[in-house]
Design a protein around this ligand. Structure first.
Ligand SMILES: [Zn+2]
Length: 122
């Protein structure tokens, strides 16, 4: 029997969520998987297994997080956002510095004008 690498990988994933028939003792086949909406949590599925011999059915709660293909991509997100945050923080501090200098200059000018008018008028 010919088996490719893809078939072998699929077999390994299915082995992790396999169920055994209590009557026959054989591995049951996953015939259906529906998202679990009974609870307010996502990433859970109710798998329906069927015995190939006596066709008995059994249900099992499965976690879809374990076989999620985007897990590695999601792991990289914090690194990207922190780099972006650092750049934004740097830009913001630069803008803040410019504003502070401008405000200080305006305040100094206003104080000079105030003192000047007071000295002249007294
Ligand atoms: Zn059975």
């Amino acid at each position: 029997m010919h088996t490719s690498k893809r078939d072998h990988y699929g077999y390994t994933v299915r082995q992790a969520i396999v169920m055994r028939c209590v009557a026959c003792g054989v591995d049951m086949e996953l015939v259906r998987a529906v998202p679990d909406n009974s609870m307010m949590v996502s990433g859970r599925e109710i798998g329906t297994f069927e015995c190939p011999r006596c066709h008995a059915k059994a249900q099992r709660l499965m976690s879809t997080h374990e076989i999620e293909p985007f897990a590695s991509e999601r792991m990289q997100l914090p690194a990207i956002s922190s780099a972006l945050l650092a750049t934004t923080m740097h830009k913001m501090s630069l803008a803040q510095h410019k504003m502070l200098v401008a405000a200080r200059n305006a305040l100094a000018r206003a104080l000079t004008m105030f003192r000047g008018s007071r000295d002249g008028g007294g």
